[in-house]
Write a protein that binds this ligand. Structure first.
Ligand code: C5P
Length: 319
């Protein structure tokens, strides 16, 4: 997309939106399923680290989708999400998306999934499509296991392959340090490594551990991520980062998703900022973003184009 034909052209509807990252406060992997995915139990949480997306739509004419990204991304989920929306009944036209990546890729922070979900939330609003939440959740699950969560935000429990989601009470405010050391961990590879160590006997034990974690959410020290053992074995430097965070005063530190990001939770914002800086360019201070704040952020971002404050955001251009 050239700057001359920017989304401010007459007749262009545009919105600048943030696509937040997520962390997994707990992640237990149960078993491999016949469809190749693993059943899991996880606790998702949206956090303030974000990509920036500018989405424009010009009604009229045949549908044409252009995506420009600050980093080359093969098979960009943003493009596939836009295609999925434009295939649904509604007006055709020009879709222009400009993506600025800040969330490190291959780090278990869900950046690509969040970008896709942001398109699923914003583009129907700009194009005048009113799409039911269940349809959006289906489209999201087709794009990736973490996409549906970003259609809801806040704190949620994820079951099945991670796409069956239920809200949990909001987490108390926390000061996070997200350390993303630029190591790309392949998610399928991490699942394969972990899969070799799963036994049928361990399933009920794993479910019991997860249950106790969810019921004792306030005691954040009990959170666990099953990927740590296999991913730390392959990348010992990630375990050193976890130890460094704990030594620096984190009340808890753990891998997010299948990594490579490691998260530290701090009681005090000043300490968290200083610790983030000590990681020289790959440590980011962040906050937990509750569901209420997530939704308020979305309504604000789409304010010029929505009708009331309902979820998912409702287009004012719909017939
Ligand atoms: O759904 P997504 O594209 O994010 O998944 C990437 C890969 O991670 C899958 O192809 C699969 O190998 C693995 N995966 C899994 N079980 C899950 C989620 C992901 O085995 N619940």
């Amino acid at each position: 997309m050239s700057s001359r034909s920017s989304a401010t052209d007459t007749g262009f509807r545009r919105a600048g939106v943030k696509a937040l990252a997520k962390i997994n406060l707990a992640l237990k992997v149960l078993n491999k399923r016949p469809d190749g995915f693993h059943d899991l139990r996880t606790m998702f949480q949206t956090v303030s680290l974000s990509d920036a997306i500018d989405i424009g739509f010009q009604p009229g004419g045949p549908t044409a989708i252009e995506v420009e990204s600050s980093i080359e991304i093969p098979d960009n989920l943003v493009f596939r999400a836009a295609q999925a929306v434009m295939r649904l009944p509604g007006a055709g036209g020009g879709v222009r998306i400009r993506l600025r990546k800040n969330v490190p890729m291959g780090s278990g922070l869900g950046g690509g999934s969040s970008d896709a979900a942001a398109v699923l939330l914003a583009l129907p609003v700009l194009t005048g499509r009113r799409i039911a939440l269940e349809t959006l959740l289906c489209l999201g699950a087709e794009l990736g296991s973490d996409v549906p969560f970003f259609l809801l935000g806040g704190t949620a429990v994820g079951l099945g392959r991670g796409t069956e989601l239920y809200p949990l009470p909001e987490m108390p405010r926390a000061n996070l340090v997200i350390v993303a050391p630029g190591i790309h961990v392949s998610t399928p590879e991490a699942y394969t490594l972990l899969s070799r160590e799963l036994t049928t006997d361990s399933v009920s034990h794993t479910i019991n551990i997860f249950q106790s974690v969810v019921w004792t959410m306030a005691d954040s020290r009990s959170f666990e991520n099953d990927f740590e053992a296999v991913v730390f074995r392959r990348h010992p430097q990630l375990q050193l980062i976890k130890q460094k965070l704990l030594l620096a005063g984190a009340v808890r530190a753990m891998l997010s998703g299948s990594g490579s990001a490691v998260i530290g939770v701090f009681d005090d914002a000043g300490t968290a900022r200083r610790v983030a800086e000590s990681f020289d360019g790959y440590g980011f201070p962040a906050r937990i973003v509750t569901r209420a704040r997530y939704r308020a952020m979305w309504w604000r971002q789409l304010a010029a184009h929505i009708d009331g404050k309902v979820w998912p955001p409702k287009s004012r251009y719909a017939e």
